[in-house]
Every structure is written in C-alpha cells, then in structure tokens.
Design a protein around this ligand. Structure first.
Ligand SMILES: N[C@@H](CCC(=O)N[C@@H](CS)C(=O)NCC(=O)O)C(=O)O
Length: 254
C-alpha cells in the first residue's frame, strides 16, 4: 500500500500540527517539504494552495483540521473526545485556534523575520532543499514582497495580531483557570496538539525547528516568548510540546 504524502512548508506551524498528529498516531507517511512560496507547485497539483496537505490513494485532505479529523477516525478516536458536548466544544476550539492563533502568530513572527534576510534564510534552511534555499536567497526581495502582500505583514497588521494573540491566550487562560490538567476529556487531545503547534513560532519550544540557533533570531522575535510566556495557556502549550511531541498514543492510557 502506497504511503500517504504530507505536503508541507517545512517551517509552518500548521504543518507541524499535522506532522505531530501523524507521528503521535504512528502513521506511515512521507513528507514532501518545501520552502515558502516554493510549495505552490505541489500544493496546486493537489487542488489547493496552502499546506499541510495529506494526499494518497483515495485521500486528498487540504487543511490541518481535516487531516486531524481523518486521523481521529482512523485511530478510533485518539485525537478528539468521543462525542456529545465535549466533542463539539473541542471542535469549536480547534477551529478557533486555526482562525485566531495560527494566522496571528504567523503574521507577528514574519513581521520580525522578513525584516532580517539572514535570519529568515537561517530559519527556512534545514538543508533538505538546497536548490530552494539558494533560489530563496537570490529572489529574496521579490519573495519578501509576495509574502508581505499575501499575509498583510506590515506594522499595523503586526500590532493588530499582537492584540488578538493577547486576547486569545487570555481566553484560554480562563478555560484553564478551574485547574484542569488538559483542555478536554481529561487527556491529551487535538486541543493541546493544536495549541502547542500553532503557538510554537511564538514560544519556540526546544524541539521545534531544531536547526535554528535561538540566539541568532531577531531580538523582536526572541522577545515574543517572554511577552506571551506569562499566560497559563502559553505555559500549558510549552508543557504539552515538551511532554507529548515525542509521545506515541499507543503508549498512553486513554
Ligand atoms: N486553515 C489552513 C491554514 C494553513 C495555512 O495557512 N498554511 C500556510 C502555511 S503556515 C500556507 O501554506 N501558506 C501559503 C499559501 O497560502 O500560499 C489549515 O489549517 O491547514
């Protein structure tokens, strides 16, 4: 049976969410990783534009939460609560993260990274796509223009994203304020997985983008961990990343 392919932008936090879910469930897959913008050829061939995409025989999933829902079904409910109000709340929370945390964290981080050519090239270059790395270096001004335009990365946008992120983390703090250990169902679910993945560019947990020397990041980007790290929900995200990024579902109690 042919392995499914996970098409990614290697550094994307949405792609990390899908990759982590596949790893957590010990699913067999291959990754077709790209640098930003260079993903478009592969993504369009599958009929989409953004990554992650999970494709294979009889499979064409073009969004991270669709991928998680598919994997939840395939694993007998390892990622989401089984049913009822808890499942509905967990699904709503996943969509909220996709809409708020994901895009606003990305825009704020790119605000700092796109202003520093060297730092951007170091972050996107893990050595797996030397041709794309060279091309990005050569075409940097045009690619930066396209990325700023498509994600509306400018000072006003960055400050709006910063405010939205503070509101988001404060909202999740309120959910955790009753002392619960996990967001839903008393166990690790897609909620922790999504929160920790989508917050990773802000908080930079140790295992995320391991080839990146943290000290070489732009100071503004380094400051984000401190700016958001005081939220209980940000600490929860860091804890989830550190405790569960290498975990396998079959090794855990339900
Ligand atoms: N809702 C989508 C969002 C994914 C997304 O925005 N992916 C970004 C990478 S972080 C992307 O591929 N952007 C490139 C583009 O849209 O051309 C999901 O959950 O998969």
């Amino acid at each position: 049976m042919e392995k499914p392919t996970l098409v990614t932008i290697k550094i994307s936090h949405y792609c990390e969410k899908a990759r982590w879910a596949l790893d957590y469930l010990s699913m067999d897959y291959r990754e077709d990783a790209h640098l930003p913008v260079f993903h478009l050829g592969a993504a369009r061939r599958n009929g989409g534009r953004s990554t992650p995409q999970l494709v294979g025989p009889g499979l064409r999933l073009l969004d991270s939460t669709s991928i998680l829902l598919h994997l939840d079904g395939a694993s007998g409910g390892r990622l989401f609560p089984a049913g009822g109000a808890e499942r509905e709340a967990a699904l709503r929370f996943e969509l909220l993260m996709d809409k708020e945390l994901g895009p606003h964290a990305r825009r704020l981080v790119y605000w700092y990274l796109l202003a520093d050519r060297g730092a951007l090239l170091r972050v996107v270059s893990d050595g797996s796509r030397p041709g794309q790395e060279r091309a990005l270096g050569l075409l940097f001004p045009a690619i930066r223009w396209a990325m700023r335009k498509s994600m509306r990365v400018d000072r006003v946008g960055a400050e709006r994203s910063r405010a939205r992120l503070h509101a988001f983390f404060a909202g999740v703090d309120a959910m955790l304020s009753d002392g619960r250990r996990f967001l839903f169902d008393g166990r690790f679910t897609a909620a922790e997985l999504g929160l920790a993945s989508l917050a990773a560019p802000l908080l930079m947990p140790a295992g995320y983008l391991p080839w990146v020397d943290r000290a070489s990041l732009p100071p503004g980007m380094r400051g984000l961990r401190e700016e958001f790290g005081g939220y209980a929900s940000a600490r929860h995200a860091l804890w989830a990343y550190e405790s569960f990024r290498g975990a396998k579902a079959e090794g855990l109690d339900r």
